[in-house]
Design a protein around this ligand. Sequence first.
Ligand code: DQA
Length: 152
Amino acid sequence: MTPTVLILNGPNLNLLGVREPAVYGSDTLADIEAACRGHAGRMGMAVDFRQSNHEGVLVDWIQEARTRHAGIVINAAGYTHTSVAILDALLASELPVIEVHLSNIHQREAFRHHSYVSKAARGMICGFGAHGYLLALDAMARLIGPAGNDEA
Ligand code: DQA
């Protein structure tokens, strides 16, 4: 069965393309979704790509992933820096989690330097814009691939 990776996007990422393009790039979320779909497909994976502005919706989706998905790639956006609830849901999922940010959060305001998500993540990719999602899928393929671990 084709493993499906849940790619979750948090608040305001629906505005990509028009939102602060100097920081977040000119790709829309639909562009990123299409790129992820193609890239994952070439590696034998499927993607379930979602966005919500609502913390509880993201928590619900993470809870569902436990039985339906092989791993989670998450850009929790603003909730990265505030949400214990999203951290707890990710820990409960017991799935491999990869954190993504378009911008380099460590080059930005101090309040963006701390991520609750990182405690649940195998690794974090930030600062590469939309390409970061594809890098995350590369890493995920290695985590959930045939060898089932990153020694492959
Ligand atoms: C972001 C960085 C966050 O600090 C910010 O709140 C976002 C986007 C990024 O992808 O660079 O909304 O997660």
